[in-house]
Design a protein around this ligand. Structure first.
Ligand code: PCA
Length: 217
């Protein structure tokens, strides 16, 4: 039997006192769905340094994906943020969900300073904007657990030919009351945006699009 190629889509459990994490809700919405010629294998990662990468390793082994997209929440961002680079640094502003707060430690001791996304990030931003969704390339995924997972993901898949990368999403509109003044988007828009990102990541061939992807000059 020939099985359908799998996309691994990861999100995070809630953290930092928020009762929900939109990245996990997007995973729930897309779990088992068909995107282009592939099927979505969706996994929720713990918001824990180390533990998140263990869960990622299990998910990679269980799914043997052709594409991996990791998602996380970036409260305060107004756009769907397609991340360009992961830094080899853990530097936590708040404790993770296991109480750890690493400061200035490498994600992978002796690893390169950074890994780039292997997704066509500009083509994804262009497709999202074409669909009427706010989107931008982000030049930093921060130094908390999202960057930790992004770096670990790129480190694991380097040279394999499996495309992988990270997208940060804004808060949900349902979280607006708890976060006055911060930008939000409805879940429907986030799910639609992530589906577009997956489609482009799977099907875009050749050089990345030549559009400017930055949020601010
Ligand atoms: N966002 C955090 C960790 C989990 C999440 O969804 C971050 O940006 O690092």
């Amino acid at each position: 039997m020939v099985s359908t190629p799998r996309i691994l889509l990861t999100g995070f459990e809630p953290f930092g006192g928020d009762p929900v994490n939109p990245s996990a809700l997007i995973c729930q919405a897309l779990r088992g769905q068909r995107v282009a010629h592939a099927t979505v294998h969706a996994v929720e990662l713990p918001c824990v340094f180390g533990g998140a990468l263990q869960a990622l390793d299990e998910a990679l082994a269980a799914s043997s994906p052709v594409l991996v997209l990791a998602l996380g929440l970036a409260a305060g961002r107004g756009e769907i943020s397609v991340e360009r680079a992961a830094l080899n640094i853990d530097d936590a502003r708040i404790p993770d969900n296991a109480g750890a707060q690493p400061v200035d430690l490498p994600v992978v001791a002796g690893g390169p300073a950074a890994w780039f996304s292997t997704l066509p990030i500009k083509a994804i931003v262009a497709a999202l904007r074409q669909a009427g969704l706010p989107a931008a390339v982000s030049q930093s995924a921060g130094t908390f657990v999202c960057n930790h997972v992004f770096y670990g993901l790129q480190h694991r898949l380097a040279g394999t030919g499996v495309r992988s990368g990270f997208v940060h999403v804004p808060l949900l509109d349902t979280q607006a009351a708890a976060h006055p003044c911060l930008p939000t988007l409805p879940l429907e828009a986030l799910v639609r945006g992530v589906r577009i990102a997956l489609e482009v990541a799977l099907t875009h061939a050749g050089a990345d699009a030549r559009v400017t992807g930055g949020a601010v000059a």
